[in-house]
Ligand binder design. Structure first.
Ligand code: PAF
Length: 275
């Protein structure tokens, strides 16, 4: 596996093969393993899989967990090697951002709601770094997890609106045995918080299996399940359209229940598509 840290090196890398990129912030876990597996499938024989590891300061709001975000460099490297990654791109902050940077990528509609409301500036950071990674790594295909559902929808919109010639693949959420979605932030949870966090998946399933179709009823059901966990503090639970992310009144096959819930200081997000 080749490791690159400089943009200039990435730009001069010979590019004859079909390239599939998995952008990550590192602290790689099983769900990343699944993204890499899907990337390999899309690279097919003869193609190459590239993983980027970059903890992007621009997408962390002030006072959030940028400083304490895990950065297990050696473990990430080993993870990529054993997952059969061909190239690991691991730039520094100074490499990615000039001190006097003044150009950003802003999505102005889908970014205003849900995560965007709770985390101002977050999607500006995500879109800017993903656009930069696309320019540096020039993938044919890029792979993202469906756990960050809003992020995936916004990246698809950016790709459409800025005419990136890149196929975006969404990969279904990978869950632990009790249903908790894998996330690098799960490691912030203490034992009791971790145990109680299983209510999130239970709430999503209850909502998905509900015969009721009114959004208010479905949301109320999900909220009730979450509130069974004394340590849970709901940020939002919403039923939205999968493309526009606007609230829907009646659940249909294009509706997604999205939620963000705090356990202690840790904020977890998850979602499920309704049948
Ligand atoms: O989903 C993530 O890990 C990050 O938001 C991404 C897409 C790598 C951009 O920093």
């Amino acid at each position: 596996m080749k490791i690159l840290t400089a943009i200039a090196e990435a730009h001069t890398e010979p590019r004859e093969k079909r390239r599939v990129v998995v952008p990550t912030m590192g602290a790689l876990h099983r769900a990343h393993g699944e993204l890499i597996r899907v990337a390999r499938e899309h690279a097919s024989r003869g193609g190459e899989v590239v993983v980027s590891v970059f903890v992007n300061p621009l997408q962390f709001e002030p006072g959030s967990d940028y400083e304490r975000y895990p950065r297990p460099e050696r473990a990430d490297e080993d993870f990529c090697r054993s997952a059969g990654v061909d190239l690991l791109f691991r730039p520094s902050v100074a490499e990615m951002y000039a001190d006097d940077r003044s150009v950003f990528v802003n999505e102005f509609s889908l970014s205003k709601i849900l995560e965007g409301e709770s985390r101002p500036g977050h999607f500006r950071g995500v879109c800017t770094v993903v656009a930069k990674l696309f320019n540096v790594l020039a993938p044919d295909v890029a792979v993202f997890g469906e756990k960050d559902f809003q992020q995936l929808v916004i990246i698809r919109r950016m790709v459409r609106d800025l005419n990136f010639k890149i196929d975006i693949i969404g990969v279904p959420t990978v869950r632990e045995e009790d249903g908790l979605a894998y996330s690098s932030r799960n490691q912030y949870l203490n034992l009791e918080e971790r145990k109680q966090a299983a209510v999130l998946h239970k709430a999503l399933q209850t909502a998905a299996n509900a015969r009721r179709k009114s959004a208010d009823d479905i949301i109320a059901l999900a909220r009730n399940v979450i509130n069974e966990a004394p340590l849970a503090r709901i940020d939002y639970v919403e039923l939205v359209d999968a493309e526009t992310l606007r609230p829907v009144q009646i659940a249909g096959s294009n509706s997604v229940l999205v939620l963000a819930v705090f356990f202690g200081k840790t904020r977890l997000i998850d979602n499920i598509r309704l049948a």
